[in-house]
Design a protein around this ligand. Structure first.
Ligand code: SF4
Length: 408
């Protein structure tokens, strides 16, 4: 195959076989699913259930937890019970490496409580044991009627596959470079494992694939190739994306290119949180990525200008922040009460240069007075100037106008 084909016309979703995970469908044209992963010790059922609930309430539609020890496997049904008591029914995915076959076999309640199993074909065993250990996990998936994600990772490449490809490379007229060999190892490892899973009896609509790497260009190349070579549903993610703005930028750059080409049925943004910071940041970034691309809508988006020498104070930035935070806080209630509220657009602008024009494009927009402008803030509702706010209470009044608009 070509190392870097473009499988989908821009804007069209790549056809894929849909996979049901609990109540969530991944693939077959279903809305692209946001997922995330906990960083608590799974053996600590209380902390893990609490974090899963936080992620789910932030909008994570699937949550993955590591299942790495017998105690962690034993904790899984207790985590499920705690979530039920909290009224949270998000599907939980078990992430297995090295000993998944043993843990699923020895803890039937864990195998039952999980909604999906993730298998890393590079970490499922070595040598002669590899095939039997992989088969054991697939047989557990069949016994408990669970889907699996076969998730290959650049950091844990199947070394026997790399060795095979290096041997093949010696026979090529123009040998592949090391990066191409690694990409092919990743893809073939996922595809061969999926084929093996089907031979054991797992249906195509029980299999999701991923091939994660940490470089933007490599990820794009790998997924274009993988997407062209199969119709399994695909999980997208830039692994080890990093902290803060670097992680957000790299993940968005890579995933946006692929999503624009119709590739990807579920996404995870793998951000390294600041010490002590909430894990929910990666869920918000994933939602904003999908929403700003026009692929899904989760919450009203606030358009705000960057501000410049025309802005008279920090009040404009504070108002933009107040409005964004207010919307996020209200969304759990608004989503239940007001159909379609997530599609609203809001504008908070720093002066009249672009303020009224941008406000007219939004459902509700406000332009604060800039340098040398009259101390008044025109508010536009559905493209028409509706009122002008003045004085010290503009922020509260504007939030009140927003609440009334949503309620109406
Ligand atoms: Fe500056 Fe006004 Fe443009 Fe905002 S809208 S960036 S304040 S000129």
């Amino acid at each position: 195959s070509s190392p870097n084909p473009r499988p989908a016309e821009s804007g069209k979703r790549r056809p894929s076989v849909g996979v049901q995970i609990g109540k969530v469908i991944v693939g077959s044209g279903a809305p692209i699913v946001v997922q995330s992963m906990t960083n608590t010790d799974t053996e600590d059922a209380s902390s893990t259930a609490k974090q899963i609930a936080e992620l789910a309430r932030a909008g994570s539609e699937l949550v993955r937890i590591t299942v790495n020890t017998p105690a962690a496997a034993a904790a899984v049904p207790r985590i499920r019970e705690r979530l039920e008591m909290m009224g949270v029914d998000v599907p939980i995915i078990g992430d297995f490496h090295y000993n998944g076959h043993q843990l699923l076999e020895s803890e039937p309640a864990c195998a039952e409580a999980l909604a999906k199993y993730r298998i890393n074909p590079g970490n499922v065993g070595f040598g002669k044991k590899k095939d039997s250990q992989f088969a054991a996990i697939i047989e557990m998936a069949l016994r408990y009627d669970k889907p699996v994600r076969i998730g290959a990772n650049w950091g844990s490449l199947d070394q026997s596959m790399v060795a095979t490809l290096m041997d093949e490379n010696h026979t090529r007229a123009v040998p592949w470079d090391a990066s191409h060999v690694a990409r092919e190892a990743l893809i073939r490892s996922a595809l061969d494992s999926a084929q093996r899973a089907e031979e054991i009896g797992l249906a195509r609509d029980r299999i999701i694939l991923s091939c994660k790497v940490s470089g933007v260009q490599e990820l794009i190349a790998v997924y274009r190739d993988l997407a062209a070579r199969c119709d399994y549903a695909l999980h997208l993610g830039l692994t080890e994306a990093g902290m803060g703005s670097k992680g957000i930028t790299a993940s968005s750059a890579a995933l946006a290119v692929l999503l624009q080409e119709g590739i990807g049925d579920t996404i995870r943004i793998s951000l390294t949180p600041e010490p002590g910071a909430s894990r929910t940041g990666e869920v918000i970034v994933a939602q904003e990525l999908l929403q700003t691309m026009g692929l899904r809508a989760f919450t009203p988006l606030v358009t705000a200008c960057p501000g410049c020498g025309r802005t008279t104070s920090e009040f404009f930035q504070e108002l933009a922040k107040t409005v964004q935070e207010h919307v996020r806080e209200q969304m759990p209630l608004w989503r239940v009460k007001y159909d379609g509220v997530e599609n609203l657009t809001l504008a908070v602008m720093g002066c009249v240069v672009n303020g009224p024009g941008e406000s007219k494009h939004a459902n509700i927009g406000i332009s604060l007075p800039g340098n040398g402008e009259a101390p008044s803030a025109p508010v536009f509702i559905d493209g028409e100037k509706a009122m002008t706010l003045r004085g010290d209470n503009i922020a509260n009044e504007f939030v009140g106008i927003l609440d009334n608009y949503v309620a109406s």
